[in-house]
Design a protein around this ligand. Structure first.
Ligand code: MG
Length: 262
C-alpha cells in the first residue's frame, strides 16, 4: 500500500463476508440458517407422515407464490409457507389439520430470526482488526437499518468500522451517493489504493471496481442465485482477486506486519 499518501479505505460487505450466524456452535453464512429451518420443517413434516420430497416441492411453490403477493421483505412469509404447506398437503391427503402442529410449523419458520445468534465468521474479527491498523475501515451493508446495526453490534464487527453505511439496493447509484462521494473515493489517488471486499460480485465488487477501486471477491459462500453476476474488469492498474477465505485478505492487503503505530 502507498505510504505518505492519503489513508486508503478497506470497504467490507457485512452479510456472509465478515458476519454470519451461529448454527450448532459453528459460525456459518446467514443463508444456512434458512437451510437449517427447512431441514427442521421437513423433519417435523416427516414426523406427521408426509413425504419429504413432496413437502419440499410444495413448500417451494407456496413460498414463491407468497413472495409474489407479499414481497421478499415480508418476515412472516417463511412461517406462513410452512403452515400453508401443511394445510395444503393435509387437504390433499384428507388428513385433519392439527392446529397445534400448524402453529409449531409456523414457529419453525419464524425461528430463523430468533434461534441463530449473529456472530462474526471465522477469522473475520482478526482481519478487521489488522486491516484497521493500516486502512480506514468501512462496512457497507444492504438491508433494513436497525436490523443491520443490531447484527454489527452483536457480532462485534461494528466495533472495527470507522464508517458504517447501510444501503437499500447497494447498486452503482447508491455506491456513488452514499459511499464514493462521502468517503472521498472520487479522488483517484484515494480510490487506487482502496479496496472493496465482499461475497456478492453484483453488489459488493462490481460497482466499486467501476469507480476505480481494487476488489476482492469472496467466492464459495453464494447462497442466493440472484447474487450471481457477470464479472466486471477492474480499471487499468487496479487489481481484482478471488478468494475462498476472508483471512486471505491479510496477505492481499499486506497487513500482517506490525501496525503503523508500533
Ligand atoms: Mg454479503
Amino acid at each position: 500500500m502507498a505510504r505518505g499518501g492519503p489513508t486508503p479505505w478497506a470497504i467490507f460487505d457485512y452479510d456472509d463476508t465478515v458476519g454470519g450466524v451461529l448454527i450448532n456452535g459453528t459460525p456459518e453464512p446467514g443463508f444456512k440458517a434458512y437451510d437449517d429451518c427447512h431441514r427442521r420443517f421437513r423433519d417435523a413434516m416427516a414426523e406427521l407422515g408426509f413425504d419429504r420430497d413432496w413437502v419440499k416441492e410444495t413448500q417451494h411453490e407456496i413460498d414463491m407464490e407468497l413472495a409474489k403477493t407479499h414481497g421478499f421483505g415480508n418476515k412472516a412469509r417463511f412461517g406462513q409457507s410452512f403452515r400453508a404447506t401443511y394445510e395444503k398437503l393435509s387437504a390433499v391427503t384428507g388428513t385433519p389439520v392439527d392446529k397445534q402442529a400448524a402453529t409449531r410449523l409456523f414457529d419453525i419458520g419464524m425461528s430463523v430470526f430468533t434461534d441463530y445468534p449473529y456472530v462474526a465468521l471465522e477469522g473475520a474479527l482478526d482481519v478487521l482488526d489488522r486491516v484497521g491498523q493500516w486502512y480506514n475501515v468501512a462496512i457497507v451493508t444492504k438491508g433494513a437499518h436497525d436490523e443491520q446495526m443490531k447484527k454489527l453490534a452483536a457480532s462485534g464487527c461494528g466495533a472495527f468500522a470507522d464508517e458504517v453505511i447501510v444501503c437499500t439496493h447497494k447498486d452503482t447509484a447508491e455506491w456513488a451517493k452514499k459511499v464514493i462521494g462521502p468517503l472521498g473515493l472520487h479522488h483517484a489517488e484515494v480510490a487506487e489504493v482502496s479496496w472493496a471486499i465482499g461475497n456478492s460480485r453484483k453488489s459488493d465488487v462490481n460497482p466499486p471496481l467501476a469507480f476505480g477501486l481494487n476488489g476482492i471477491w469472496l467466492r464459495g459462500m453464494l447462497g442466493w442465485e440472484f447474487e450471481r453476476a457477470d464479472a466486471v474488469a477492474p480499471l487499468p492498474g487496479r487489481a481484482l482477486h478471488e478468494i475462498d477465505d476472508i483471512r486471505e485478505v491479510l496477505d492481499l492487503l499486506n497487513v500482517r506486519s506490525p501496525s503503523r503505530a508500533a
